[in-house]
Design a protein around this ligand. Structure first.
Ligand SMILES: Nc1nc2c(c(=O)[nH]1)N[C@H]1C(S)=C(S)[C@@H](COP(=O)(O)O)O[C@H]1N2
Ligand SMILES: [Mo]
Length: 391
């Protein structure tokens, strides 16, 4: 991308912000939405009659707040940048594009100090990636979720340029946002950071994204550059990234060792144990987000998120009926969210319970809440999510 286009895009963004227009990346509004159109004339949303917690109210984006999507309103394959959920634990730092540097340090042959331009002049890819926060919950109607088209530099091209040294084990990603945390009675300044093994870091799909849905990465989503680890929970996608450090020890930090850690009962070589794990790949999950009524017909729509393993089927169960196959949106890609729809003919008047379950080609089936491993944490909620509607 040339300076000129970047400059123009920034100007367009400023203009849009000034006008307060709900901005949508050019072109995406007109893209066909094969199975997930906005409501047409004569169609209406069927309200869910199960209890929706008070926590669920749609809020506009404000600085330094969490934002979730009203999943009942999902009507496009890509989430508008302004609707895409927001989570950040240490506020939202502002980084000037011209002053931006990404340093690569530690066990590498060549330490690097890269500008935004350096990142843009290299192995750049475009990829559809959807993800959710590891703390996403049924209470929020799974609103900590989004799907976008991203453009950025492959992470492995940067690591290869730096040259990882023999004996290195871990890659740490540090961000610009810092906070003072009290740890054992002492106040220390800590930056947001996450880490992964060298093998995980070298996966060809990992990218340092600088564009989201055709626009320069928005401030709230990590301007100018964020890490994207397709197939992983959102916490891996370090925003405002400013340093990549290679080391031969495990990185310990709040977001690896204390938060985003699931404690669950597991079988460890034949022994029942309580085990902690840092959240990594997304568990196989589907959820119904809305039901549309169109005269006598009803359509049940929802999403799937997972680690990128191809999907075998999504099935819907109505009351005590059999599992029946839903249709998968042909636009779904490996790491995008996967939208589905089920046409519910002859729905009888009255109350119904509807639920979805997804199966991948390896035979993994989304469990019911009761079948989930026993765990002491709200992280990684992926059980089936029954909903109630009145027809
Ligand atoms: N620098 C930084 N990156 C971060 C975080 C953060 O607090 N600071 N939060 C993480 C978490 S927990 C999530 S779920 C995703 C959310 O990304 P989004 O706000 O662009 O949707 O960003 C991740 N990256
Ligand atoms: Mo998160």
């Amino acid at each position: 991308m040339t300076d000129k286009t970047l400059e123009n895009q920034d100007r367009r963004k400023v203009l849009k912000d000034a006008l307060g227009v709900g901005a949508i990346a050019a072109g995406l509004t007109t893209a066909p939405n094969l199975l997930f159109p906005a409501l047409a004339q004569g169609e209406r949303l069927v309200p869910f009659t199960d209890e929706v917690s008070d926590a669920f109210s749609w809020r506009p984006i404000e600085a330094n707040t969490t934002h979730w999507q009203d999943t009942r309103e999902i009507n496009s394959f890509f989430t508008n940048n302004e609707d895409f959920y927001l989570v950040q634990h240490y506020g939202q730092p502002t980084i000037d594009n011209d002053a931006y540097r990404l340093r690569v340090t530690g066990m590498v042959d060549n330490e690097l100090d890269l500008s935004l331009r350096d990142l843009q002049n290299g192995d750049v890819i475009e990829q559809q990636v959807g993800f959710e926060c590891g703390g996403n919950s049924q209470r929020l109607l799974y609103g900590l979720i989004g799907n976008a088209n991203w453009r950025g530099r492959t992470l492995n091209s940067i690591l290869e340029q730096a040259g990882i040294q023999e004996g290195a084990k871990e890659v740490v990603f540090f961000a610009e946002d810092v906070a003072t945390e009290e740890i054992r009675g002492r106040e220390v300044e800590k930056a947001f950071a996450r880490s992964m093994s060298i093998d995980d870091a070298m996966r060809p799909e990992n990218m340092l994204a600088f564009e989201m849905n055709g626009e320069p990465l928005p401030h709230y989503h990590g301007k100018p550059v964020r890490l994207l680890v397709p197939g992983w929970y959102g916490v891996a996608n370090v925003k405002w990234i400013n340093q990549i450090h290679v080391q031969d020890t495990r990185y310990m930090g709040r977001f690896m060792g204390r938060d985003y850690v699931t404690l669950k009962r597991s079988n460890v070589g034949g022994v029942e144990r309580w085990v902690e794990n840092s959240v990594t790949t997304m568990n196989l999950k589907s959820a119904i987000v809305r039901v549309i009524a169109d005269n006598a017909q009803h359509r049940i729509q929802g999403f799937v998120l997972n680690d990128g393993t191809p999907i075998e089927s999504v099935e819907i169960k109505i009351d005590d009926g059999p599992w029946q196959r839903a249709e998968l949106n042909p636009r779904n890609t490996k790491y995008s969210w996967k939208l589905f729809q089920y046409t519910w003919s002859n729905a009888s008047a009255g109350e119904h319970t509807i639920v979805s379950r997804v199966t991948d080609i390896k035979g993994n089936v989304q469990p019911t809440n009761d079948e989930l491993p026993e765990k002491v944490s709200f992280w990684e909620d992926f059980g089936q999510f029954p909903r109630r509607v009145t027809i």
